[in-house]
Ligand binder design. Sequence first.
Ligand SMILES: CC(=O)SCCNC(=O)CCNC(=O)[C@H](O)C(C)(C)COP(=O)(O)OP(=O)(O)OC[C@H]1O[C@@H](n2cnc3c(N)ncnc32)[C@H](O)[C@@H]1OP(=O)(O)O
Ligand SMILES: O=C([O-])CC(=O)C(=O)O
Length: 444
Amino acid sequence: MNKQLNSLYKKSLEFTDIPNDLFRKYDVKKGLRNEDGTGVRVGLTKIADVVGYKYVEEVKRDAQGQLFYRGIELRDIIHGRDWNRPYGYEEVCFLLLFGYLPNGEELQTFVKILQDHYELPGDFLETKFLHMPGKNLMNRLQQAVLALYDYDDAPDDISVENTLEQGLNILAKLPSIICYAYQSKMHYYHKESLVIHQCQKNMSIAENILYMSRGDHSFTHQEALVLDMMLIVHADHGGGNNSTFTNVVISSTGTDFYSSMVGAIGALKGPRHGGANLKVSGMMKAVIDEIGYCENEVEIKALIYRIMHKQFYDYSGLVYGMGHAIYTLSDPRSEVLQEHIAKLAQEKGKEKEYAFYQRFEQCAKEVILDVKGINVSSNVDFYSGFVYQMLGIPEDMYTPLFVLARTIGWLAHNIENKLYDGRIMRPATKYVGSTKEYKKMEER
Ligand SMILES: CC(=O)SCCNC(=O)CCNC(=O)[C@H](O)C(C)(C)COP(=O)(O)OP(=O)(O)OC[C@H]1O[C@@H](n2cnc3c(N)ncnc32)[C@H](O)[C@@H]1OP(=O)(O)O
Ligand SMILES: O=C([O-])CC(=O)C(=O)O
Protein backbone atom coordinates (compact mmCIF):
# COMPACT_ATOMS: atom_id res chain seq x y z
CA MET A 1 0.00 0.00 0.00
CA ASN A 2 1.14 3.55 -0.69
CA LYS A 3 2.90 4.77 2.52
CA GLN A 4 0.98 8.05 2.82
CA LEU A 5 -2.33 6.36 2.12
CA ASN A 6 -1.48 3.76 4.74
CA SER A 7 -0.78 6.40 7.38
CA LEU A 8 -4.07 8.20 6.55
CA TYR A 9 -5.88 4.89 6.82
CA LYS A 10 -4.30 4.14 10.22
CA LYS A 11 -5.24 7.59 11.54
CA SER A 12 -8.81 7.11 10.28
CA LEU A 13 -9.32 4.11 12.56
CA GLU A 14 -9.51 6.50 15.57
CA PHE A 15 -12.59 8.06 13.96
CA THR A 16 -14.29 5.11 12.30
CA ASP A 17 -14.07 2.30 14.87
CA ILE A 18 -17.32 0.41 15.67
CA PRO A 19 -17.08 -1.56 18.95
CA ASN A 20 -18.30 -5.15 18.62
CA ASP A 21 -20.71 -4.92 21.58
CA LEU A 22 -22.84 -2.38 19.67
CA PHE A 23 -23.87 -5.09 17.23
CA ARG A 24 -25.46 -7.01 20.09
CA LYS A 25 -26.86 -3.85 21.70
CA TYR A 26 -28.74 -2.90 18.53
CA ASP A 27 -29.61 -6.50 17.65
CA VAL A 28 -27.75 -6.36 14.37
CA LYS A 29 -27.89 -9.65 12.48
CA LYS A 30 -24.25 -9.91 11.41
CA GLY A 31 -24.06 -11.90 8.17
CA LEU A 32 -27.87 -11.84 8.18
CA ARG A 33 -27.79 -14.56 10.87
CA ASN A 34 -30.01 -15.11 13.85
CA GLU A 35 -28.56 -15.75 17.29
CA ASP A 36 -28.51 -19.55 16.70
CA GLY A 37 -26.63 -19.20 13.39
CA THR A 38 -29.66 -19.78 11.16
CA GLY A 39 -30.24 -17.31 8.35
CA VAL A 40 -32.59 -14.35 8.68
CA ARG A 41 -35.64 -15.14 6.56
CA VAL A 42 -35.68 -12.90 3.49
CA GLY A 43 -38.07 -14.69 1.18
CA LEU A 44 -40.28 -17.62 0.30
CA THR A 45 -39.41 -20.13 -2.38
CA LYS A 46 -40.77 -23.25 -4.01
CA ILE A 47 -37.59 -23.94 -5.98
CA ALA A 48 -35.27 -25.73 -3.57
CA ASP A 49 -35.06 -26.68 0.07
CA VAL A 50 -31.81 -27.10 1.96
CA VAL A 51 -32.04 -29.06 5.21
CA GLY A 52 -29.12 -29.20 7.62
CA TYR A 53 -30.71 -29.04 11.07
CA LYS A 54 -34.00 -29.77 12.77
CA TYR A 55 -35.82 -28.22 15.71
CA VAL A 56 -36.63 -30.69 18.47
CA GLU A 57 -38.82 -29.06 21.15
CA GLU A 58 -37.71 -25.66 19.89
CA VAL A 59 -34.03 -26.53 20.22
CA LYS A 60 -31.90 -26.54 17.07
CA ARG A 61 -30.25 -29.91 16.49
CA ASP A 62 -27.70 -30.91 13.85
CA ALA A 63 -29.11 -33.27 11.22
CA GLN A 64 -28.06 -35.21 8.14
CA GLY A 65 -28.22 -32.95 5.09
CA GLN A 66 -30.92 -33.12 2.45
CA LEU A 67 -31.36 -31.09 -0.73
CA PHE A 68 -34.64 -30.97 -2.62
CA TYR A 69 -35.17 -29.57 -6.12
CA ARG A 70 -38.87 -28.68 -6.44
CA GLY A 71 -39.61 -31.18 -3.65
CA ILE A 72 -37.63 -34.06 -5.14
CA GLU A 73 -34.59 -35.16 -3.18
CA LEU A 74 -31.30 -34.72 -5.04
CA ARG A 75 -30.21 -38.28 -4.19
CA ASP A 76 -33.38 -39.62 -5.88
CA ILE A 77 -32.71 -37.51 -8.97
CA ILE A 78 -29.15 -38.84 -9.23
CA HIS A 79 -30.07 -42.45 -8.48
CA GLY A 80 -33.21 -42.40 -10.61
CA ARG A 81 -31.80 -40.75 -13.73
CA ASP A 82 -31.33 -42.65 -16.96
CA TRP A 83 -27.58 -43.19 -17.17
CA ASN A 84 -27.79 -43.83 -20.91
CA ARG A 85 -29.00 -40.31 -21.66
CA PRO A 86 -26.67 -37.35 -21.46
CA TYR A 87 -29.29 -34.64 -20.80
CA GLY A 88 -29.69 -35.00 -17.01
CA TYR A 89 -28.65 -31.40 -16.31
CA GLU A 90 -31.06 -30.05 -18.92
CA GLU A 91 -33.85 -32.08 -17.27
CA VAL A 92 -32.98 -30.56 -13.89
CA CYS A 93 -32.95 -27.08 -15.46
CA PHE A 94 -36.48 -27.70 -16.71
CA LEU A 95 -37.55 -28.97 -13.29
CA LEU A 96 -36.10 -25.96 -11.43
CA LEU A 97 -37.50 -23.44 -13.91
CA PHE A 98 -40.96 -24.81 -14.57
CA GLY A 99 -41.64 -26.70 -11.33
CA TYR A 100 -42.29 -30.19 -12.73
CA LEU A 101 -40.42 -33.02 -14.47
CA PRO A 102 -40.74 -32.79 -18.26
CA ASN A 103 -42.13 -35.60 -20.39
CA GLY A 104 -39.98 -36.78 -23.31
CA GLU A 105 -41.41 -34.28 -25.78
CA GLU A 106 -41.11 -31.31 -23.41
CA LEU A 107 -37.49 -32.17 -22.64
CA GLN A 108 -36.70 -32.45 -26.33
CA THR A 109 -38.28 -29.03 -26.99
CA PHE A 110 -36.37 -27.47 -24.09
CA VAL A 111 -33.04 -29.01 -25.17
CA LYS A 112 -33.63 -27.73 -28.72
CA ILE A 113 -34.25 -24.20 -27.42
CA LEU A 114 -30.92 -24.33 -25.60
CA GLN A 115 -29.08 -25.83 -28.57
CA ASP A 116 -30.45 -23.13 -30.89
CA HIS A 117 -28.78 -20.57 -28.61
CA TYR A 118 -25.38 -22.29 -28.23
CA GLU A 119 -23.62 -20.25 -30.89
CA LEU A 120 -21.94 -16.97 -29.94
CA PRO A 121 -22.47 -13.82 -32.04
CA GLY A 122 -20.21 -13.78 -35.14
CA ASP A 123 -17.45 -11.47 -33.87
CA PHE A 124 -17.60 -12.53 -30.21
CA LEU A 125 -14.70 -15.01 -30.17
CA GLU A 126 -12.37 -12.57 -31.86
CA THR A 127 -13.34 -9.33 -30.13
CA LYS A 128 -14.11 -10.60 -26.62
CA PHE A 129 -11.52 -13.36 -26.21
CA LEU A 130 -8.74 -13.38 -28.80
CA HIS A 131 -8.26 -9.60 -28.67
CA MET A 132 -8.92 -9.42 -24.93
CA PRO A 133 -7.55 -12.49 -23.16
CA GLY A 134 -7.92 -12.28 -19.40
CA LYS A 135 -5.87 -13.81 -16.61
CA ASN A 136 -8.88 -14.67 -14.45
CA LEU A 137 -11.70 -16.64 -16.06
CA MET A 138 -14.35 -15.48 -13.58
CA ASN A 139 -13.65 -11.85 -14.49
CA ARG A 140 -13.70 -12.75 -18.19
CA LEU A 141 -17.06 -14.44 -17.67
CA GLN A 142 -18.44 -11.28 -16.13
CA GLN A 143 -17.20 -9.22 -19.06
CA ALA A 144 -18.55 -11.67 -21.62
CA VAL A 145 -21.99 -11.83 -20.00
CA LEU A 146 -22.11 -8.05 -19.83
CA ALA A 147 -21.05 -7.85 -23.49
CA LEU A 148 -24.04 -10.01 -24.49
CA TYR A 149 -26.21 -7.06 -23.40
CA ASP A 150 -25.10 -5.23 -26.55
CA TYR A 151 -26.32 -8.05 -28.79
CA ASP A 152 -29.79 -8.10 -27.21
CA ASP A 153 -32.58 -6.13 -28.92
CA ALA A 154 -34.40 -5.60 -25.62
CA PRO A 155 -31.73 -5.84 -22.90
CA ASP A 156 -33.64 -3.72 -20.39
CA ASP A 157 -36.96 -5.51 -20.78
CA ILE A 158 -37.29 -7.08 -17.33
CA SER A 159 -40.58 -8.86 -17.94
CA VAL A 160 -40.57 -12.44 -16.72
CA GLU A 161 -40.96 -13.79 -20.27
CA ASN A 162 -37.97 -11.79 -21.51
CA THR A 163 -35.89 -12.68 -18.44
CA LEU A 164 -36.57 -16.36 -19.16
CA GLU A 165 -35.30 -15.98 -22.74
CA GLN A 166 -32.29 -13.93 -21.68
CA GLY A 167 -31.33 -16.39 -18.96
CA LEU A 168 -31.53 -19.43 -21.23
CA ASN A 169 -29.60 -17.60 -23.93
CA ILE A 170 -26.78 -16.85 -21.45
CA LEU A 171 -26.80 -20.40 -20.09
CA ALA A 172 -26.62 -21.89 -23.60
CA LYS A 173 -23.63 -19.70 -24.47
CA LEU A 174 -21.65 -20.32 -21.27
CA PRO A 175 -19.93 -23.54 -22.45
CA SER A 176 -18.36 -21.63 -25.37
CA ILE A 177 -17.64 -18.57 -23.21
CA ILE A 178 -15.86 -20.65 -20.54
CA CYS A 179 -13.86 -22.72 -23.01
CA TYR A 180 -12.81 -19.74 -25.15
CA ALA A 181 -11.90 -17.70 -22.08
CA TYR A 182 -9.71 -20.61 -20.99
CA GLN A 183 -8.13 -21.26 -24.39
CA SER A 184 -7.36 -17.57 -24.99
CA LYS A 185 -5.76 -17.30 -21.55
CA MET A 186 -3.59 -20.37 -22.16
CA HIS A 187 -2.55 -19.06 -25.55
CA TYR A 188 -1.79 -15.49 -24.50
CA TYR A 189 -0.40 -15.90 -20.98
CA HIS A 190 1.05 -19.42 -21.16
CA LYS A 191 2.16 -19.44 -24.82
CA GLU A 192 0.29 -22.65 -25.56
CA SER A 193 -1.19 -23.53 -28.94
CA LEU A 194 -4.56 -21.93 -29.51
CA VAL A 195 -7.32 -24.54 -29.50
CA ILE A 196 -10.72 -23.44 -30.76
CA HIS A 197 -13.47 -25.97 -31.33
CA GLN A 198 -16.96 -24.92 -32.37
CA CYS A 199 -19.77 -25.97 -30.02
CA GLN A 200 -21.82 -28.86 -31.37
CA LYS A 201 -25.55 -28.36 -31.75
CA ASN A 202 -26.35 -32.05 -31.31
CA MET A 203 -24.57 -32.36 -27.98
CA SER A 204 -25.59 -31.72 -24.39
CA ILE A 205 -24.06 -28.92 -22.34
CA ALA A 206 -21.76 -31.37 -20.50
CA GLU A 207 -20.65 -33.01 -23.76
CA ASN A 208 -19.90 -29.63 -25.31
CA ILE A 209 -17.69 -28.60 -22.40
CA LEU A 210 -15.57 -31.73 -22.82
CA TYR A 211 -15.59 -31.39 -26.60
CA MET A 212 -14.46 -27.76 -26.61
CA SER A 213 -11.97 -27.91 -23.75
CA ARG A 214 -9.92 -30.82 -25.10
CA GLY A 215 -7.31 -30.46 -27.82
CA ASP A 216 -8.43 -33.63 -29.61
CA HIS A 217 -12.08 -32.97 -28.62
CA SER A 218 -12.58 -36.62 -27.73
CA PHE A 219 -14.34 -37.84 -24.58
CA THR A 220 -16.12 -40.95 -23.39
CA HIS A 221 -19.84 -41.31 -22.73
CA GLN A 222 -18.99 -42.10 -19.10
CA GLU A 223 -16.98 -38.86 -18.70
CA ALA A 224 -19.86 -36.83 -20.11
CA LEU A 225 -22.26 -38.44 -17.64
CA VAL A 226 -20.00 -37.66 -14.71
CA LEU A 227 -19.73 -34.01 -15.78
CA ASP A 228 -23.49 -33.91 -16.33
CA MET A 229 -23.91 -35.13 -12.73
CA MET A 230 -21.52 -32.42 -11.51
CA LEU A 231 -23.73 -29.79 -13.16
CA ILE A 232 -26.83 -31.33 -11.57
CA VAL A 233 -25.46 -31.23 -8.02
CA HIS A 234 -24.43 -27.57 -8.38
CA ALA A 235 -27.66 -26.37 -10.04
CA ASP A 236 -29.40 -24.71 -7.10
CA HIS A 237 -29.19 -24.17 -3.37
CA GLY A 238 -32.26 -22.24 -2.32
CA GLY A 239 -32.74 -18.49 -2.22
CA GLY A 240 -30.43 -17.68 0.69
CA ASN A 241 -27.05 -18.64 -0.73
CA ASN A 242 -24.91 -15.58 -1.28
CA SER A 243 -24.78 -15.48 -5.09
CA THR A 244 -28.49 -16.22 -5.55
CA PHE A 245 -29.39 -13.60 -2.96
CA THR A 246 -27.01 -11.12 -4.62
CA ASN A 247 -28.70 -11.70 -7.96
CA VAL A 248 -32.12 -11.05 -6.44
CA VAL A 249 -30.96 -7.98 -4.48
CA ILE A 250 -29.56 -6.43 -7.66
CA SER A 251 -32.62 -7.39 -9.69
CA SER A 252 -34.98 -5.90 -7.09
CA THR A 253 -33.90 -2.42 -8.23
CA GLY A 254 -35.49 -3.12 -11.61
CA THR A 255 -32.16 -3.37 -13.41
CA ASP A 256 -31.46 -5.71 -16.34
CA PHE A 257 -30.77 -9.45 -15.97
CA TYR A 258 -27.18 -9.11 -17.25
CA SER A 259 -26.32 -6.86 -14.29
CA SER A 260 -27.79 -9.39 -11.86
CA MET A 261 -25.82 -12.22 -13.45
CA VAL A 262 -22.56 -10.29 -13.25
CA GLY A 263 -23.13 -9.55 -9.55
CA ALA A 264 -23.90 -13.20 -8.86
CA ILE A 265 -20.74 -14.33 -10.68
CA GLY A 266 -18.69 -11.91 -8.55
CA ALA A 267 -20.25 -13.35 -5.40
CA LEU A 268 -19.67 -16.94 -6.44
CA LYS A 269 -15.99 -16.21 -7.13
CA GLY A 270 -15.36 -15.68 -3.41
CA PRO A 271 -13.33 -18.42 -1.68
CA ARG A 272 -15.93 -18.76 1.07
CA HIS A 273 -18.52 -19.54 -1.61
CA GLY A 274 -18.01 -21.20 -5.03
CA GLY A 275 -14.36 -20.15 -5.25
CA ALA A 276 -13.69 -22.69 -2.52
CA ASN A 277 -13.36 -25.45 -5.15
CA LEU A 278 -10.19 -23.81 -6.47
CA LYS A 279 -8.91 -23.13 -2.95
CA VAL A 280 -9.39 -26.80 -1.98
CA SER A 281 -7.24 -27.81 -4.91
CA GLY A 282 -4.44 -25.41 -3.86
CA MET A 283 -4.76 -26.38 -0.21
CA MET A 284 -4.60 -30.12 -0.89
CA LYS A 285 -1.56 -29.67 -3.15
CA ALA A 286 0.19 -27.69 -0.40
CA VAL A 287 -0.79 -30.31 2.20
CA ILE A 288 0.45 -33.21 0.05
CA ASP A 289 3.69 -31.31 -0.69
CA GLU A 290 4.17 -30.88 3.07
CA ILE A 291 3.31 -34.36 4.40
CA GLY A 292 2.77 -36.60 1.34
CA TYR A 293 -0.10 -39.10 1.38
CA CYS A 294 0.45 -39.34 5.11
CA GLU A 295 -1.35 -42.13 6.96
CA ASN A 296 -0.62 -40.83 10.42
CA GLU A 297 -3.69 -39.00 11.72
CA VAL A 298 -1.72 -37.14 14.36
CA GLU A 299 0.50 -35.61 11.68
CA ILE A 300 -2.45 -34.74 9.44
CA LYS A 301 -4.29 -33.10 12.33
CA ALA A 302 -1.18 -31.14 13.34
CA LEU A 303 -1.14 -29.60 9.86
CA ILE A 304 -4.88 -28.83 10.02
CA TYR A 305 -4.35 -27.07 13.35
CA ARG A 306 -1.69 -24.98 11.59
CA ILE A 307 -4.21 -24.10 8.87
CA MET A 308 -6.81 -23.15 11.49
CA HIS A 309 -4.25 -21.04 13.36
CA LYS A 310 -3.35 -19.13 10.17
CA GLN A 311 0.11 -20.71 10.01
CA PHE A 312 -0.20 -22.68 6.78
CA TYR A 313 -1.45 -22.37 3.18
CA ASP A 314 -3.15 -18.98 2.62
CA TYR A 315 -3.16 -17.91 6.31
CA SER A 316 -6.92 -17.29 6.24
CA GLY A 317 -7.57 -19.82 9.03
CA LEU A 318 -10.06 -21.66 6.80
CA VAL A 319 -10.02 -25.33 5.92
CA TYR A 320 -11.54 -25.02 2.47
CA GLY A 321 -14.26 -27.44 1.42
CA MET A 322 -15.31 -27.98 5.04
CA GLY A 323 -18.29 -26.42 6.80
CA HIS A 324 -21.48 -24.85 5.59
CA ALA A 325 -23.96 -22.16 6.59
CA ILE A 326 -26.80 -24.73 6.74
CA TYR A 327 -25.40 -28.27 6.59
CA THR A 328 -23.95 -29.72 9.76
CA LEU A 329 -23.54 -33.52 9.83
CA SER A 330 -23.42 -33.96 6.06
CA ASP A 331 -23.78 -32.24 2.70
CA PRO A 332 -25.75 -34.64 0.48
CA ARG A 333 -23.86 -33.43 -2.60
CA SER A 334 -20.52 -34.43 -1.13
CA GLU A 335 -21.98 -37.88 -0.42
CA VAL A 336 -23.34 -38.19 -3.96
CA LEU A 337 -19.94 -37.25 -5.38
CA GLN A 338 -18.16 -39.79 -3.18
CA GLU A 339 -20.43 -42.57 -4.47
CA HIS A 340 -18.99 -41.93 -7.93
CA ILE A 341 -15.44 -41.01 -7.03
CA ALA A 342 -14.44 -44.47 -5.80
CA LYS A 343 -15.04 -45.98 -9.26
CA LEU A 344 -13.57 -43.02 -11.11
CA ALA A 345 -10.46 -42.98 -8.89
CA GLN A 346 -9.94 -46.67 -9.59
CA GLU A 347 -10.25 -46.12 -13.35
CA LYS A 348 -7.81 -43.19 -13.27
CA GLY A 349 -5.34 -44.78 -10.85
CA LYS A 350 -6.01 -42.14 -8.18
CA GLU A 351 -6.99 -44.42 -5.28
CA LYS A 352 -4.08 -43.25 -3.08
CA GLU A 353 -5.05 -39.58 -3.52
CA TYR A 354 -8.73 -40.31 -2.87
CA ALA A 355 -7.94 -42.25 0.30
CA PHE A 356 -5.87 -39.28 1.48
CA TYR A 357 -8.72 -36.81 0.76
CA GLN A 358 -10.99 -39.03 2.89
CA ARG A 359 -8.49 -39.19 5.77
CA PHE A 360 -7.99 -35.43 5.59
CA GLU A 361 -11.75 -34.83 5.66
CA GLN A 362 -12.18 -36.99 8.76
CA CYS A 363 -9.28 -35.27 10.55
CA ALA A 364 -10.58 -31.81 9.56
CA LYS A 365 -14.01 -32.60 11.07
CA GLU A 366 -12.34 -33.49 14.37
CA VAL A 367 -10.02 -30.47 14.43
CA ILE A 368 -12.80 -28.00 13.57
CA LEU A 369 -15.02 -29.54 16.27
CA ASP A 370 -12.15 -29.12 18.72
CA VAL A 371 -11.29 -25.52 17.77
CA LYS A 372 -14.73 -24.11 16.94
CA GLY A 373 -17.03 -26.49 18.80
CA ILE A 374 -19.20 -27.18 15.73
CA ASN A 375 -20.06 -30.25 13.69
CA VAL A 376 -18.99 -29.77 10.09
CA SER A 377 -18.75 -32.04 7.09
CA SER A 378 -17.17 -31.73 3.69
CA ASN A 379 -19.23 -29.47 1.45
CA VAL A 380 -19.76 -29.77 -2.32
CA ASP A 381 -16.47 -28.00 -3.01
CA PHE A 382 -14.26 -30.48 -1.16
CA TYR A 383 -14.43 -33.26 -3.75
CA SER A 384 -15.61 -31.38 -6.84
CA GLY A 385 -12.13 -30.25 -7.91
CA PHE A 386 -10.86 -33.81 -7.46
CA VAL A 387 -13.58 -35.04 -9.83
CA TYR A 388 -12.75 -32.31 -12.36
CA GLN A 389 -9.06 -33.19 -12.06
CA MET A 390 -9.86 -36.83 -12.87
CA LEU A 391 -11.88 -35.65 -15.88
CA GLY A 392 -8.83 -33.71 -17.05
CA ILE A 393 -10.60 -30.37 -16.61
CA PRO A 394 -8.15 -27.55 -15.83
CA GLU A 395 -8.30 -25.74 -12.48
CA ASP A 396 -9.08 -22.43 -14.16
CA MET A 397 -12.44 -23.87 -15.17
CA TYR A 398 -13.54 -25.18 -11.74
CA THR A 399 -15.39 -22.09 -10.50
CA PRO A 400 -16.64 -21.08 -13.98
CA LEU A 401 -18.30 -24.51 -14.23
CA PHE A 402 -20.04 -23.74 -10.92
CA VAL A 403 -21.28 -20.50 -12.54
CA LEU A 404 -22.63 -22.41 -15.52
CA ALA A 405 -24.45 -24.96 -13.34
CA ARG A 406 -25.85 -22.35 -10.90
CA THR A 407 -27.06 -20.01 -13.67
CA ILE A 408 -30.31 -21.97 -13.79
CA GLY A 409 -30.80 -21.46 -10.05
CA TRP A 410 -30.11 -17.74 -10.36
CA LEU A 411 -32.58 -17.50 -13.23
CA ALA A 412 -35.32 -19.48 -11.47
CA HIS A 413 -35.01 -17.40 -8.27
CA ASN A 414 -34.84 -14.16 -10.25
CA ILE A 415 -38.13 -15.02 -11.96
CA GLU A 416 -39.77 -16.29 -8.77
CA ASN A 417 -38.84 -13.09 -7.01
CA LYS A 418 -40.18 -10.94 -9.87
CA LEU A 419 -43.45 -12.88 -9.84
CA TYR A 420 -44.12 -13.11 -6.11
CA ASP A 421 -42.10 -10.48 -4.23
CA GLY A 422 -40.72 -7.73 -6.43
CA ARG A 423 -40.20 -5.14 -3.72
CA ILE A 424 -36.86 -3.31 -3.71
CA MET A 425 -34.56 -4.93 -1.10
CA ARG A 426 -33.68 -2.25 1.36
CA PRO A 427 -32.57 -3.35 4.84
CA ALA A 428 -31.44 -0.86 7.48
CA THR A 429 -28.29 0.07 9.37
CA LYS A 430 -28.17 1.94 12.67
CA TYR A 431 -26.04 5.09 12.77
CA VAL A 432 -23.74 4.81 15.81
CA GLY A 433 -21.52 7.84 15.21
CA SER A 434 -21.88 11.22 16.89
CA THR A 435 -22.93 14.50 15.29
CA LYS A 436 -20.29 17.21 14.80
CA GLU A 437 -20.01 20.72 13.45
CA TYR A 438 -18.27 21.40 10.17
CA LYS A 439 -14.95 23.17 10.88
CA LYS A 440 -13.36 25.52 8.41
CA MET A 441 -9.91 24.43 7.16
CA GLU A 442 -8.03 27.06 9.22
CA GLU A 443 -9.70 25.78 12.45
CA ARG A 444 -8.64 22.11 12.07
C1 LIG B 1 -20.80 -23.59 -2.51
C2 LIG B 1 -20.51 -23.11 -1.19
O1 LIG B 1 -20.56 -21.94 -0.96
S1 LIG B 1 -20.15 -24.24 0.01
C3 LIG B 1 -19.04 -23.38 1.11
C4 LIG B 1 -17.68 -23.21 0.50
N1 LIG B 1 -16.75 -22.52 1.41
C5 LIG B 1 -15.73 -23.14 2.01
O2 LIG B 1 -15.51 -24.34 1.85
C6 LIG B 1 -14.83 -22.29 2.87
C7 LIG B 1 -14.62 -22.90 4.24
N2 LIG B 1 -15.82 -22.85 5.03
C8 LIG B 1 -16.24 -21.70 5.61
O3 LIG B 1 -15.59 -20.65 5.54
C9 LIG B 1 -17.54 -21.71 6.39
O4 LIG B 1 -17.85 -23.01 6.79
C10 LIG B 1 -18.72 -21.15 5.56
C11 LIG B 1 -18.37 -19.77 4.98
C12 LIG B 1 -19.05 -22.08 4.40
C13 LIG B 1 -19.93 -21.05 6.46
O5 LIG B 1 -19.65 -20.07 7.39
P1 LIG B 1 -20.57 -19.83 8.69
O6 LIG B 1 -21.98 -20.00 8.33
O7 LIG B 1 -20.14 -18.56 9.28
O8 LIG B 1 -20.15 -21.08 9.55
P2 LIG B 1 -20.44 -21.37 11.09
O9 LIG B 1 -21.41 -20.41 11.66
O10 LIG B 1 -20.71 -22.81 11.16
O11 LIG B 1 -19.00 -21.06 11.68
C14 LIG B 1 -18.73 -21.03 13.05
C15 LIG B 1 -17.28 -20.73 13.22
O12 LIG B 1 -16.50 -21.78 12.64
C16 LIG B 1 -15.62 -21.28 11.65
N3 LIG B 1 -15.53 -22.20 10.54
C17 LIG B 1 -16.57 -22.75 9.84
N4 LIG B 1 -16.07 -23.50 8.84
C18 LIG B 1 -14.72 -23.43 8.93
C19 LIG B 1 -13.67 -23.99 8.17
N5 LIG B 1 -13.90 -24.74 7.13
N6 LIG B 1 -12.40 -23.69 8.51
C20 LIG B 1 -12.14 -22.90 9.58
N7 LIG B 1 -13.11 -22.33 10.34
C21 LIG B 1 -14.38 -22.61 10.01
C22 LIG B 1 -16.29 -19.97 11.21
O13 LIG B 1 -15.33 -19.12 10.59
C23 LIG B 1 -16.81 -19.45 12.53
O14 LIG B 1 -15.71 -18.95 13.25
P3 LIG B 1 -15.90 -17.68 14.25
O15 LIG B 1 -16.90 -18.12 15.27
O16 LIG B 1 -14.53 -17.47 14.78
O17 LIG B 1 -16.39 -16.54 13.39
O1 LIG C 1 -25.97 -22.41 0.42
C1 LIG C 1 -24.89 -21.81 0.61
O2 LIG C 1 -24.67 -21.06 1.57
C2 LIG C 1 -23.75 -21.99 -0.32
C3 LIG C 1 -24.10 -22.61 -1.61
O3 LIG C 1 -24.53 -21.97 -2.55
C4 LIG C 1 -23.95 -24.04 -1.76
O4 LIG C 1 -23.59 -24.71 -0.80
O5 LIG C 1 -24.17 -24.55 -2.89
